[in-house]
Design a protein around this ligand. Structure first.
Ligand code: DGT
Ligand code: CA
Ligand code: ZN
Length: 570
């Protein structure tokens, strides 16, 4: 068990309390405790043993007792009691985007609805709209939410799954009887959501490796286990497929199980055109040099190596053929981190902590962009508070020789398209991030006009999370994205690829199209805690999927050049 398990359980308790209509104060206390534990820098076990949990702000006696019980025994009586008292369908219903605990309870109590399927039927028959607190609009919203849930059904956030897959990979690679091991499938292609984990191992001892793999996930349900493939399912519902091949088969299997299906089909046809036949395990037909790696496989087919991120049949085979593959941006190319928060607004790490952690990662500059004044939801900074932060940044810069902190702000784009600080404030800042956090429910025309008006403000450097989507949770707000991106390109406003694995916004498909029209990008962690820097890799994954090179991403520039781009229109 680690602190993430504890934090997750505390969040679940908050939801369960809400579902039974418990008082809001208690709900908030558990939500808060979950955040505190998640952000804890020290060893949770040490605190449990020492009995000092209550010294943490936000952890009272009751919560501390529950955490200790869970840590010591792996179970929590309080949690189990709550689960028993909650109709099982409620937890399924609350996963419908836009449907809160209060409404779930109201539906259960008034109409006896305790499953998503029953809710869908009732909404389709128009039975929800007459319920107190609902209406025709919210009935429509419920149906839309169910559709969204169904479209993401059975998929997982890649950011939540990758650490699990990498841990398994490390353990497998450490074995002497494993000659090679890789993650395949959509995860290797850095897709934003994945259906399952595909692991691939080259070994001469499949039985021993299979046994070791099963021991790595002792609580998993075994779906199937044979000589060449073992599938297990974790408690979360995530399936993990382990495929075992002979070392000589590995490059073919790795390529095949990396996909995508569309890329594979094209590659197989290419082999056939050349008088060869390609399958998961071998290439046969014409005589050819030994294929030991994927690079060899591509070479035999007359192509340079194609990076997994590009294998979506979006022109990568043609580009490879014409020696026109892009030199994709890498995490090591990044010199600067932009768009980060601190405890001044809704962050959990201080300015100094954020600075020290950025320097420790080797960053040359860090752009702080806390929320603006009207952002009540995120403890936005008043003009006076912003000024105080500017002073703190001056002090940092006067004493740090390695990392420069840039003064910025994440300024709300207000419903009318004006910005949340006057120009006289914005002009003092090194850079300005503009984004939408309120009034999502506008017509597409109004939303487009709103954002474009903000883009025309010459102080705006970066448009952050341009569509507002939350993967598997919330759709993008309605807007004419093409037009917004066209204006961003025209105005020279940098477009963010928000690296938070819940967002990954701008989407890679859109970024790919926008790049062709000359839009420049920033890959930003939107970190609210020092641990948020680790998300940068997911943003890089998106950038690479969009074919971006270091030139397309301003974080690769030295600080003066990055500043020049962000201040170009002043
Ligand atoms: P996912 O799991 O939905 O996130 O996406 P993938 O791409 O990981 O799909 P998955 O796990 O069903 O299969 C892994 C790879 O195996 C896939 O990317 C390509 C290969 N593959 C699966 N089915 C087929 C197929 O019918 N034809 C070909 N050519 N390749 C396939
Ligand atoms: Ca897969
Ligand atoms: Zn932010």
């Amino acid at each position: 068990m680690d602190k993430r398990d504890v934090s997750r359980l505390l969040s679940e308790i908050a939801v369960l309390l809400e579902l039974r209509g418990d008082n809001a104060f208690r709900v908030r206390a558990y939500e808060n405790a979950a955040r505190v534990i998640d952000a804890l820098a020290e060893d949770l076990g040490v605190r449990v043993e020492a009995g000092t949990l209550t010294e943490l702000k936000g952890i009272g006696e009751a919560i501390a007792g529950n955490i200790s019980e869970y840590w010591r025994t792996g179970a929590m009586t309080f949690y189990e009691g709550l689960v028993d008292a909650t109709p099982p369908g409620y937890l399924e219903m609350i996963r419908i985007p836009g449907l809160g605990a209060k409404k779930v309870r109201a539906l259960g109590e008034a109409l006896g609805i305790t499953s998503v399927a029953a809710l869908k039927r009732a909404a389709e028959k128009g039975e929800i709209r007459d319920l107190k607190g609902f209406g025709a609009q919210s009935e429509k919203k419920i149906l839309k939410g169910i559709a969204l849930l169904e479209s993401g059904a059975g998929r997982f956030l890649a950011g939540a799954i990758r650490p699990i897959a990498e841990n398994l990979l490390d353990s497998l690679r450490a074995r002497d009887d494993v000659e090679a091991a890789e993650i395949g499938g959509s995860l290797r292609r850095w897709a934003e959501t994945v259906k399952d984990v595909d692991l691939l191992v080259a070994t001469r001892k499949p039985a021993a490796v299979t046994k070791a793999f099963l021991a790595l996930a002792p609580e998993a349900t075994v779906i199937a286990s044979g000589e060449t493939k073992t599938s297990v399912r974790l408690a979360s519902g995530l399936a993990i497929d382990l495929r075992l091949v002979a070392p000589s088969e590995f490059p073919f299997a790795l390529h095949y199980f990396t996909g995508s299906v569309a890329h594979n089909i094209r590659i197989r046809a290419r082999a056939q055109d050349r008088g060869m036949s390609l399958n998961e395990y071998a290439l046969s037909g014409k005589r050819h040099a030994a294929v030991k790696t994927e690079t060899d496989l591509f070479r035999v087919l007359g192509l340079p190596y194609i990076e997994p991120e590009l294998r979506e049949d979006r022109g990568e085979i043609e580009a490879a053929e014409g020696e026109a593959l892009p030199r994709l941006v890498r995490e090591q190319d990044m010199r600067g981190i932009l768009h980060c928060h601190t405890t001044a607004s809704d962050g959990k790490s201080t300015l100094e902590e954020m600075g020290a952690a950025a320097a420790a990662r080797g960053a040359e500059y860090l752009g702080i962009a806390d929320h603006s004044a009207s952002a009540r939801y995120a403890n936005g900074l008043s003009e006076a508070e912003l000024k105080r932060q500017e002073k703190a940044i001056d002090a940092w810069n006067a004493s740090s020789a390695t990392l420069r902190i840039l003064k910025g702000s994440e300024v709300d784009i207000l419903p009318d398209g004006t910005l949340d600080y006057p120009d006289s404030v914005l002009e003092r800042l090194d850079f300005v991030v503009a984004s939408i956090h309120t009034s999502f429910a506008m017509s597409d025309d109004a939303m487009t006009a709103r954002i474009i008006r903000a883009l025309r403000n010459k102080y705006v450097s970066i448009l952050a999370h341009p569509t507002g989507r939350l993967l598997l949770q919330r759709e993008a707000y309605r807007l004419h994205l093409d037009e917004v991106l066209r204006v961003a390109g025209e105005e020279g406003v940098v477009v963010e690829i928000n690296a938070n694995p819940h967002r990954l916004d701008l989407d890679w498909r859109e970024a790919m199209a926008a790049r062709a029209r000359g839009v420049r990008f920033a890959v930003n962690p939107d970190a609210h805690h020092v641990s948020g820097y680790d998300d940068i890799r997911y943003g890089i994954g998106v950038a690479r999927k969009a074919w971006l090179t270091p030139k397309d991403v301003i974080n690769t520039l030295p600080v003066e050049k990055a500043l020049a781009v962000m201040r170009e229109r002043r």
